[in-house]
Design a binder for this molecule. Structure first.
Ligand SMILES: NC(=O)c1ccc[n+]([C@@H]2O[C@H](COP(=O)([O-])OP(=O)(O)OC[C@H]3O[C@@H](n4cnc5c(N)ncnc54)[C@H](O)[C@@H]3O)[C@@H](O)[C@H]2O)c1
Length: 333
């Protein structure tokens, strides 16, 4: 596999490697990569945790750290995160804090990981009181993207990653949106990586413009929290794109025609029901909240976001929030 060809030049024989992955990816690729590295003389230890969003917790982080401590890994260690967004968020957070910070290499194996999670340096874990609430900005020193990994990715997981691809189109590229409308997915990984890298380069710490990457996510993170992380992030994002597009239409910055195009691109999802009050309450814990006001990223047509004095998000009248909820769960226009 090309990934090894690209990985070897980044490694050094007198260092140690903590290859972190989940149970599914370990079976498909982790064991093989560990074996190949060992064969070449590298000091690598495979650390595996159970797959799934419900395991993106402080407890799993502690488990990974304890294994590394027992192996007496020190500052000479590099973390290699091999997997989807759950792995890169968790392993990245371990790298950010272990021995006060050790190098990190990301090898994303899901579409979600390739187009989004592995890029931009956000790492972290969920808590029952909020998604990604504990974490750090800690960019990987290298990101190796090998689309061949997608050959084993279940269709459902491809669909999850596709939700983020649609997000990029909505916030930053009407051209990409038109391409997706034609069913053309050529070069989408490269296009999305380029879009994200550009935004992150200008605003790593999310002081302003980077917030646009959060379109759909005020809803998505609250939705995941209310459902105890038993819904995939991709599904939550798909629902969030519809919800926050509806808000944009209510505010008059997105036309009915463009809203219909978005609905059409996102059709086919079935979203588990949640209570409106629980959603509104959970959204107040969003990281963009100012004072007690929940704020949302708002579209300015397809391919652009309303800048709102470089805040890139705004508070929205609760009536519009309830309308968007009714639309999503009762399909009322
Ligand atoms: N840090 C960021 O900027 C950022 C951005 C987007 C998403 N995220 C986070 O990413 C997570 C979602 O990522 P995800 O959708 O990749 O989920 P995931 O990591 O849980 O992967 C989804 C499933 O696919 C399996 N899998 C992974 N690669 C595979 C492969 N090649 N073949 C077969 N199965 C494979 C995994 O074991 C898992 O069961 C969420 O926690 C989200 O918050 C973070």
């Amino acid at each position: 596999m090309n990934i090894l060809f690209n990985l070897f030049p980044l490694l050094c024989l007198n260092r140690r490697y903590s290859l972190v992955t989940d149970t599914n990816v370990a079976k498909l690729y982790g064991n093989m990569i560990e074996h190949s590295l060992k064969k070449e003389g590298y000091d690598v230890s495979l650390i595996v945790f159970p797959a799934g969003e419900i395991h993106k917790t402080r407890r799993t982080k502690e488990f990974i750290e304890d294994v590394m401590l027992q192996l007496k890994m020190g500052r000479d260690t590099t973390v290699i995160a091999l997997g989807g967004g759950v792995v890169s968020d968790l392993a990245g957070f371990v790298a950010a804090t272990y021995c006060r910070g050790i190098p990190l290499i990301n090898i994303p194996t899901t579409l979600m990981g390739m187009v989004d999670a592995a890029i931009g340096g956000k790492t972290g874990v969920n808590t029952t009181l909020g998604k990604n609430k504990i974490g750090a900005f800690y960019p990987a020193s290298h990101i190796l993207i090998e689309e061949k990994f997608l050959e084993t990715l279940p269709e459902e997981e491809m669909k999850n990653g596709y939700a983020e691809v649609i997000k990029y189109a909505l916030i930053a590229s009407s051209v990409l949106f038109e391409q997706l409308e034609k069913g053309d997915q050529t070069h989408v990984v490269n296009t999305c990586v380029g879009l994200k890298e550009d935004i992150v380069k200008r605003d790593l710490l999310e002081r302003g413009e980077r917030r646009i990457l959060n379109f759909g996510h005020t809803f998505a993170h609250a939705y995941e929290q209310v459902l105890d992380y038993r819904v995939s992030h991709g599904m939550a994002v798909a629902a969030g794109l519809l919800f926050e597009s509806h808000l944009s239409r209510s505010l008059g910055t997105l036309s009915d025609t463009d809203f219909a195009r978005i609905v059409s691109l996102l059709q086919g999802w079935q979203f588990p029901y949640i209570d409106c009050e629980a959603l509104i309450e959970a959204m107040t814990t969003d990281k963009k909240t100012r004072g007690h006001e929940t704020r949302f990223v708002i579209l300015n047509g397809i391919g652009q976001v309303v800048p709102f004095d470089n805040e890139y998000c705004t508070a929205v009248d609760e009536k519009y929030v309830r309308d968007a909820y009714d639309y999503l769960f009762y399909q009322t226009i």
